[in-house]
Design a protein around this ligand. Structure first.
Ligand SMILES: Nc1nc2c(ncn2[C@@H]2O[C@H](COP(=O)(O)OP(=O)(O)OP(=O)(O)O)[C@@H](O)[C@H]2O)c(=O)[nH]1
Ligand SMILES: [Mg+2]
Length: 660
């Protein structure tokens, strides 16, 4: 399915590709929608969007390497979207292939609960097939048919000396894997026991009879896989087409059908209430646009996953995220880069639409009379940047269009202008990512450009709690300015959540409630990882002081923690204001608050040095180093000087907390 020139040249997958396959299992026909994703972490966006819309995953592992760093990243992404998975240990033919090691590394490095439903028969050169623990049968692929044909026989034959004498390949495979009858029985028993332990529906029967039928085992494995309790593991060699048919059977047997998954949740944009859509053609139409591609022949192609209802080509659809109505020109069934025109799409389908103009990745398309907004897709922020310059004047014009189109396709690719140098900077997830973008720009858009050296900046975070207090008092004739805040900076309870992106709304809510106490309000800014909590209750401090506090914190977060910490840019610069207030007196107060916040942050930052700060993930653009902080503002207050003298209200203006 790797069709892009760059994919073929480099032998890696860069873009996710969709296709659909027909598979017959036990005489019944099934349709399987498949999305192949890249594994390289630079193209993580492709994994993220695919996992958002898929109902099940086949995780591929290398039989020699076991769990690789990229396997871990992808596994965690699947955890985040709670996607049931089965694992396929591939490359059993490679020198050094070790199925048991692979299973162990899944357990240790992923914290997974792998259940081998097969055991490879032979390894490296002698790998010929698998032993199926469920049916207790052996499957051996016929090499000369390139894996299209295979023979199946009872496992008992493996212990039959006459049979082995006539089958040198089977005898060699048994020897290479050191499989004998006790080994087989011990392994199979363990598997059956493990499956039973995870499923109350069969546990009782297993405890009384010590056995389960293949049907019971399959049904039980299916239940536990869908409940994310276990991961069935299969083995094979894709290269030699060995192990593929049982893998497709396992997809049908153990992974949920789109019609079986729980109803998708969303919100009704009209009243902000939670809304549900069952996977049924009778329900109102709802779909998520998860990928946009610009195609030189047909223009913009939008990939959608249909959650409910039916959509016909030529009809109108409502983009509830953007509140626009658009006509679907054509509907396509994609097979990597080949397409087949279809008349309609139904619940559970993955297809592509031509003709949508305003849609961007993550938008919901739905029935206008029954609107719903589905949860959008989270994308990580870019980590590396390079400066890019067109070679000629003609290239200059084309460059902008090309970059804009590429950015539309890829939410982890951004373009911006360096405010200091005026250079165009492109940012992405890694060197390879940007290299491919530049390569595509030259080939697809015919733009000649030169690029600078990649620059990586670091994100900082804090490790210890620190406190500080800041006041800003200025009396320059006329009205005075006054701001006062106390700041507490402390790390977020992130041991379980290295990434705040992974905190669910419920967890954030619980955390915010714990800090804010009763009646507190909170906002979480995912991109800047700022959790801002407004603890003001009962109007003790006027509402208009809250936005400037948040603005002050944001501004402070955009600076470095180390090397002097937050410095207030006191000279000459117009301070950001809440924008809602036209009243001069209040504006002046707001400035006071903001300055107080900054002063407090500067002090807090200094205090933080004593506690130590640490660099974490590489992130963002050259020269711009962003402290990775989340801030919690309990309250903040500022008053013109005159008012401040009121002893009842005093100087104490609440506190602002920053935490990570
Ligand atoms: N020996 C052996 N090599 C294999 C097998 N399957 C794939 N390969 C080789 O492994 C390399 C990578 O294969 P791909 O299918 O591109 O792997 P991938 O996981 O899709 O890689 P990305 O999409 O780039 O992450 C190729 O050189 C394949 O020939 C196998 O079963 N045995
Ligand atoms: Mg690939």
């Amino acid at each position: 399915m790797d069709w892009m020139e760059q994919e073929r040249e480099r032998g890696i997958t860069i873009t996710s590709a969709a296709t659909t396959a027909a598979w017959t299992r036990s005489g019944k026909k099934y349709r399987v929608n498949i999305i192949d994703t890249p594994g390289h972490v630079d193209f993580t966006v492709e994994v993220e969007r695919s996992l958002r819309v898929l109902d099940g995953t086949v995780a591929l592992f290398d039989a020699v390497a076991g769990v690789q760093p990229q396997s871990e990243t992808v596994w965690r992404q699947a955890d985040k979207y709670r996607v049931p998975r089965i694992a396929f240990v591939n490359k059993m033919d490679r020198v050094g292939a070790d199925f048991d090691y692979c299973i162990r590394s899944m357990r240790q490095r992923l914290g997974a609960h792998p259940v081998p439903v097969q055991y490879p028969l032979g390894k490296e050169d002698s790998f010929i097939g698998v032993i199926d623990f469920i049916e207790q049968k052996v499957i051996v692929w016929l090499e000369e048919t390139l894996g299209a044909k295979f023979e199946v026989f009872e496992v008992e034959k493996l212990w039959d000396k006459t049979f082995l004498a006539s089958r040198a390949d089977v005898a060699a495979a048994l020897k290479a894997s050191a499989i004998d009858k006790p080994f087989y029985e011990e392994h199979r028993n363990k598997v059956v026991e493990y499956v039973a332990e995870h499923d109350d529906a069969v546990l009782e029967k297993f405890l009384s009879e010590h056995t389960l039928t293949p049907e019971e085992l399959r049904a039980s494995i299916r239940r536990s896989t869908i409940a994310l309790k276990i991961t069935p593991v299969l083995a094979g060699s894709a290269f030699k087409n060995k192990g593929i048919q049982p893998l497709l059977d396992a997809v049908v047997d153990f992974l949920p059908s789109p019609l079986e998954v729980p109803p998708v949740e969303g919100t009704n944009p009209e009243n902000e209430e939670a809304a549900l859509r069952r996977a049924s053609d009778e329900q109102p139409f709802s779909a998520l646009a998860f990928k946009i591609m610009s195609d030189p022949f047909v223009g913009q192609v939008t990939y959608i996953r249909v959650y409910s209802g039916v959509l016909k080509a030529g009809s109108y659809v409502y983009n509830s995220t953007k509140r626009t109505r658009e006509r679907i020109g054509r509907l396509l069934q994609m097979h990597a880069n080949k397409r087949e025109e279809i008349d309609a799409v139904y619940a559970g389908d993955i297809a592509a639409c031509v003709g949508l103009k305003s849609v961007t990745t993550g938008d919901t398309l739905c029935d206008e009379s029954k609107p719903i907004i589905l949860e959008a897709i989270d994308f990580p922020a870019p980590v590396i940047s390079v400066a890019i310059e067109p070679k000629t004047k003609a290239d200059q014009d084309k460059l902008g269009t090309a970059l804009q189109k590429l950015a539309q396709e890829d939410p982890t690719f951004r373009v911006h202008t360096d405010p200091d140098t005026g250079q165009t900077l492109i940012s992405g997830m890694g060197e390879l990512h940007l290299e491919i973008i530049v390569d595509r720009m030259m080939r697809e858009f015919n733009v000649q450009a030169s690029v600078g050296r990649p620059q990586v900046a670091y994100r900082e975070t804090i490790r210890k709690k620190a406190e500080a207090e800041g006041k800003y008092i200025r009396q320059t004739g006329g009205r005075g300015q006054y701001g006062h805040c106390r700041i507490e900076v402390h790390p977020l309870p992130s041991s379980d959540h290295e990434d705040m992106h992974e905190m669910s709304t419920d967890e954030l809510d619980a955390l915010a409630k714990q800090i804010a106490g009763r009646g507190g309000k909170w906002r979480f800014d995912k991109e800047h990882r700022l959790l801002f909590i407004d603890k003001i209750i009962g109007g003790s401090i006027p509402r208009e002081f809250v936005p400037p506090i948040e603005a002050g914190i944001r501004e402070a977060m955009a600076r470095r923690l180390r090397d002097g910490g937050y410095r207030c840019r006191a000279r000459g610069r117009q301070l950001p204001r809440s924008g809602q207030l036209g009243n001069g007196v209040q504006d002046c107060r707001l400035d006071g608050v903001q300055r107080g916040v900054r002063k407090g942050l500067a002090d807090a930052s200094r205090a933080r040095h004593e506690g130590g700060s640490r660099y974490t993930r590489r992130v963002y653009a050259p020269g711009v180093r962003r402290p990775e902080c989340a801030a919690l503002a309990d309250s903040g207050h500022g008053k013109p000087r005159g008012e401040q003298r009121d002893p009842r209200r005093g100087a104490a203006c609440g506190d602002v907390r920053l935490c990570h």
